[in-house]
Design a protein around this ligand. Structure first.
Ligand code: ZN
Length: 218
């Protein structure tokens, strides 16, 4: 079986990569440049793919900056609410996951991948509605209807806490990659901590830090 991983270079997708290496005969990675402020994440994704010898394709979708408001793309405080939707965090990028998964679904057909793997998670809910399984299920159905395919979208982390995600990385021999390479920080900080790289203050860092200390306690 072959899988295509939507790979950002962050903690979650790096854990998925480690998991997939142990669960598929063949894997490839697809990564996106969307003008993210934390583009260090993408640089790290390239390094990680080289280290574990995974073929990676990088797709430029930086036109997204002309279409949406997000504190991940333009200036703005990632700790505030989204300027277009008060219920969502400022870091939300409208339709980012739909776009990533739609493009991944196109490429999966070309490389004959049976599964697409994404690190979205609804447990330690970051406030992104497009990370929920309900959304993924509906998109999977829609994309397969549109292409007459039966490609599954697999979400190994969907119901795990961040601490459990650290444990899964350890069980799949990729904890070192997580701590020494993966970047998740919304501010793209390259400060090295016990729990990995990050500013320690943005929502992504707070979640990662809390999860790490819960993980080492158990
Ligand atoms: Zn941070």
């Amino acid at each position: 079986m072959k899988a295509l991983i939507v790979f950002s270079g962050g903690q979650d997708s790096t854990t998925c990569l480690g998991w997939a290496k142990n669960n598929y005969q063949e894997i490839e990675a697809i990564s996106f440049f969307y003008n993210q402020k934390h583009s260090i994440e993408l640089e790290k994704s390239i390094e990680i793919c080289k280290i574990i010898n995974i073929k990676q394709i990088i797709i430029n979708i930086d036109f997204l900056k002309n279409l949406v408001n997000s504190a991940l793309i333009s200036n703005g405080d990632v700790n505030k609410n989204h300027q277009d939707n008060n219920n969502l965090p400022a870091s939300f990028v409208p339709n980012r996951n739909a776009l990533f998964l739609t493009l991944a679904h196109s490429y999966a057909q070309k490389i004959k991948a049976h599964d697409i793997i994404t690190g979205t998670c609804q447990t330690d809910y970051s406030g992104y509605p497009d990370c929920r399984r309900d959304f993924i299920d509906n998109l999977e159905t829609t994309l397969n209807l549109g292409s007459d395919t039966n490609i599954k979208i697999i979400t190994p982390l969907m119901y795990l806490t961040k601490a459990e995600t650290f444990k899964l990385a350890q069980d799949n021999q990729c904890l070192d990659l997580i701590l020494n390479y993966s970047h998740t920080c919304y501010n793209g900080s390259q400060l090295k901590n016990e729990w990995g790289y990050g500013c320690g203050e943005c929502p992504a860092c707070l979640l990662r830090k809390k999860g790490f200390y819960e993980f080492i306690k158990n």
